[in-house]
Design a protein around this ligand. Structure first.
Ligand SMILES: *Cc1c(COP(=O)(O)O)cnc(C)c1O
Length: 231
């Protein structure tokens, strides 16, 4: 117990320090606790300590775990979303971070309409055009943003990105800055609010906050090292 409380307090303090250093209000940054591979008890423990928002990246794992966690958690889905999993995911998750095509967003909007839901979406961008990663190509996103913003049953909150593997957190800074610039361009171009930037993980969240992140997705720094490598 003491351990989890300590880690949570430590992460919150580091978020606040980075925010203040950048002249930002720490309360503008949401801490998302990435609980993939983490058992339900540890999620319940952190929730009881006052951490409201959690994220999972695999629908099957979430399916097995969610029935045993407390209700009232603000759940975010951060994995790659397959079309045939959309209905299932929308039943449990209010925010989806891995939307990477217009076609997928249209499908989410249509299923959300059937379910009477209006989920929050972050559009994932493949910043460095890495073949191993999902995400919109920035130019494809520019061409699609007006249509995306008009889909009726979703609320586009902003962009999400994972920088390529770099030698240091500092080297990731330019990718975070690129995502912020793209967000600003798209907001101008489309008139969509697009306030959100889902960027920064355990190793680089302070840099991401300095570059404008509004949601940091933190797993290992909160829960300890994961016992298996997720794909
Ligand atoms: C696992 C994961 C994270 C958290 O990674 P840590 O390095 O453990 O903080 C963040 N975002 C996504 C999309 C992930 O899959």
């Amino acid at each position: 117990m003491a351990d989890a409380a300590q880690r949570l307090e430590d992460i919150r303090a580091r978020i606040a320090t980075a925010a203040v250093r950048a002249g930002r209000d720490p309360s503008d940054i949401v801490l998302l606790a990435v609980s993939k591979t983490i058992p339900a008890e540890a999620i319940a423990e952190l929730f009881a300590l006052g951490q409201p928002s959690f994220a999972e990246s695999r629908q099957q794992e979430a399916d097995a775990k969610l029935p045993s966690v407390p209700s009232g958690i603000d759940w975010h889905f951060i994995g790659h979303l397959q079309r045939n999993k959309v209905r299932k995911v929308l039943e449990s998750f209010g925010t989806l971070h891995g939307i990477d095509s217009l076609r997928l967003a249209q499908h989410v909007s249509s299923v959300a309409g059937e379910l009477g839901l209006r989920p929050d979406l972050y559009l994932e961008v493949n910043l460095a055009a890495e073949p191993s990663k999902h995400g919109f190509d920035p130019d494809v996103l520019r061409a699609a943003i007006v249509e995306l913003a008009q889909l009726p049953n979703i609320q586009i909150r902003g962009l999400m990105g994972i920088p390529p593997e770099e030698k240091s957190p500092e080297a990731a800074r330019r990718w975070f800055a690129d995502l912020r610039k793209l967000r600003d361009d798209l907001a101008l171009q489309s008139g969509a609010a697009l306030a959100g930037l889902s960027m920064g993980m355990s190793g680089d969240f302070q840099i991401a906050i300095e570059e404008g992140s509004t949601i940091v997705r933190i797993g290992s720094a909160l829960f300890g090292k994961r016992s298996y490598q997720e794909s």
